[in-house]
Each structure stands twice: as C-alpha cells, then as structure tokens.
Design a protein. Structure first.
Length: 367
C-alpha cells in the first residue's frame, strides 16, 4: 500500500431550511438551573433535555442515535428528561426556549441547523449548560456553557467508499445528500476519496455518481431530509445510471435508497450513515452492506453525565476513528460476501488514517 495519500476537497456549504413543528416537552418536572449541575444532582432533580432537528427522534439516523444517549442517561443516571421534536426551522428557537422554560440543567440540540438558536440561548442563559451535536459554531468561542459534539466522518466514509468500490460489480457507486450542508458533504467527500484511493491502489476505475468532490456539487433530495419519496427518486436516478452500491447521506430520506436496494433482487446494496442501519432499520437489513456510524449516543451520554457530576467542559468533543467516535459498522448479512483481502485492507486503512499516513482533506472536517 502506498505510504501516503492526499486529496483536497473544498466544501462550499450553506444552510437551507428544514420544515416542522414542535411537540410539548415530555416532562414538566423542574429543577433550578445550575451551570455546574452539582446542586441539582444533590437534590436528585437534575434535568437533561434535548431538541431534535428535522426527522424526529425515530428517524433511524442522527436524531435517534442522539436520543439514545438521553435515554441511557435516564436509565443509568436517574435524571429527569425533557424533549421536543422539530420539523420547521422557524420553531428551532422556540423549541430551545421551551426547554429553558422547563428548567433544564443541560440542553442538547441535535444538528447543524440548530446552531444559531443554540448559540443565542447559551449566551442569554449562562447558568444553563448546552451541547450541540454536529457543529462547532463560530459564535461558541468563549462560551463556557456550550460544548460542540462533532465527528470526523470523512475518515469513516473513506473506508465506506473503499468498501463500496471493492464490492461493486457494475463499476459504479452512488451517493446523494439530504441537503448541501457541511455535516452532509463531509460524508460525500470522504466516500469519493475512498473510492479514488481504491482505484489508485488496485488500478481500477470505479466511478462515483452523485458527487463531484472537485466542484463540490452533486445530487441532493429535492425537499430535504424528510422526503423519503424524493430519496427514492434520487436513488432510482443513480441506479438507472448503473450504480449498484448506494451511500445515502440524507437522514430519513435515505430510506428511499434502502427501498430501492430492497427491491433490486440483490443487485443493489447500501451503506447507511450515522448509526448501524442493520439495527436501526431492520426491515432493510438484507440490503445493508455496512454503515458509517457516529458515536452520538456516547457523546451525549458523557456530556449529560459530566454536567450532572459538575465536570462539564466547553472543550469540543471530536469523534474520530482513533477514539472510536466514528467508524465502519459490521457487515452482518454481507460478512461472507466481503472478501478477506478487502477486510484486511480496511483494517490497514483504518490504522493508516488514524496515524496520518493516509490524509483525507475536506473543508467540512472538524478543526
């Protein structure tokens, strides 16, 4: 294997709107806000809350995985939970405020799109701890009560791209996003670079459809993350061009790709994102080759625990291959179909990325 590898991809990302409405907080039990969490913990009334992005807490993707961390905290730490689902960008600030009004001690917001609302709330409420999944907002600098939880999924997506290229029978693989924002394009950058690395190492010419890393442009679902029908249409477009491994980075809309794979008679497979799709979307497990996961549940749980214990820190958490904050999930039903040499290559690649021998460059990577 070559000693080093570098590709550059600049991400031009912009935030668009995601739609929805808010449901009432799940709990009304209150505790006095405490930045350290120690006073609330002493009374047994520590309250941890969460605000979802589009898709809700059953999206089989990043909202659900983050929510698992809150649920684990309820079970293992005995805290009181509060939560509210979002379906419209206009409701983000209102939803965060509802958790403030519910006297939450720590509030976790899920998703890049909640950045502005989270920063504003943290500035206005210095005695409440906040954490945001999937973003390190520029406005968070200097805020001692706001912790970014981010993940270098370019690394794990690189492995996913290599796997897709190695198992493709058609010589074409495809990816698409739910929205052109950094937390989506980081996956697509890594995936495309992994395919290119495979080509360089093996002397092949596997094509990536749906994402041009050089131009930072590609295919995205028309109506965003909740548009499963749009995801299915986008996936159909890719498979009609010959793609036989799909990499949907689209939250719930990605289920459209799983539907296409499921009805392909085994001709198309998919690599899921954010969580192990074999577990979160078992109805499609026969079509899921693997998944690029983010340890959002662990990061959320650890943040809530630290807030409750009085050891909350605003230092960003960055999930990597090295600290197991992101990675490639098991092959499950596809285990016997992934050649032993490919498995060995992936283990080598994992170590080479962690050591810096393989360099992946995307402007969307956490700094």
């Amino acid at each position: 294997m070559k000693k080093s590898y570098a590709l550059t991809a600049a991400v031009s990302a912009f935030a668009l709107s995601i739609a929805g409405c808010a449901s009432a907080p799940s709990s009304t039990t209150s505790a006095a806000p405490a930045a350290s969490g120690s006073a609330a913990a002493a009374t047994g009334n520590f309250k941890a809350c969460m605000v979802s992005d589009s898709g809700g807490f059953d999206d089989k993707s990043f909202n659900q995985t983050s929510h698992d961390g809150l649920n684990k905290a309820v079970k293992e730490l005995g805290i009181t939970p509060g939560e509210v689902e979002s379906h419209d960008t206009k409701d983000f600030a209102k939803n965060v405020q509802s958790m403030i009004d519910a006297k939450c001690n720590v509030i976790v917001t899920v998703g890049y799109m909640l950045s502005d609302a989270t920063v504003a709330a943290a500035k206005a409420n210095p005695t409440i701890n906040f954490a945001i999944v999937d973003d390190n907002p520029k406005g968070a600098a200097g805020l001692k009560n706001l912790k970014p939880l981010v993940f270098n999924t370019a690394q794990s997506s690189f492995m996913g791209g290599y796997l897709a290229a190695a198992t493709s029978q058609s010589g074409k693989v495809g990816t698409f996003g739910g929205m052109k924002i950094p937390t989506v394009t980081i996956f697509m950058d890594g995936f495309a670079q992994g395919v290119q690395y495979f080509n360089q190492q093996k002397g092949k010419n596997i094509q990536v459809l749906g994402w041009d890393a050089a131009k930072q442009d590609g295919q995205f679902v028309a109506k965003g993350f909740e548009d499963i029908a749009g995801g299915k249409a986008t996936a159909t477009n890719l498979t009609s061009q010959g793609a036989d491994v799909l990499f949907p980075v689209a939250g719930p809309a990605g289920q459209g790709a799983l539907q296409i794979a499921q009805t392909s008679g085994g001709k198309v497979s998919a690599i899921w994102v954010d969580t192990d799709g074999y577990v979160s979307a078992p109805q499609y497990k026969a079509s899921i080759l693997s998944s690029v996961y983010k340890g959002m549940d662990v990061a959320v749980f650890d943040t809530i625990k630290a807030a409750k214990d009085g050891s909350f820190s605003s230092d960003p958490y960055v999930g990597t291959l090295d600290n197991k904050g992101t990675g490639l999930a098991e092959f499950h039903d596809f285990d016997s179909k992934v050649p032993a040499d490919v498995k060995a290559d992936l283990e080598t690649i994992k170590g080479d990325i962690a050591s810096g021998k393989i360099k992946i460059t995307s402007a969307a990577q956490p700094k």
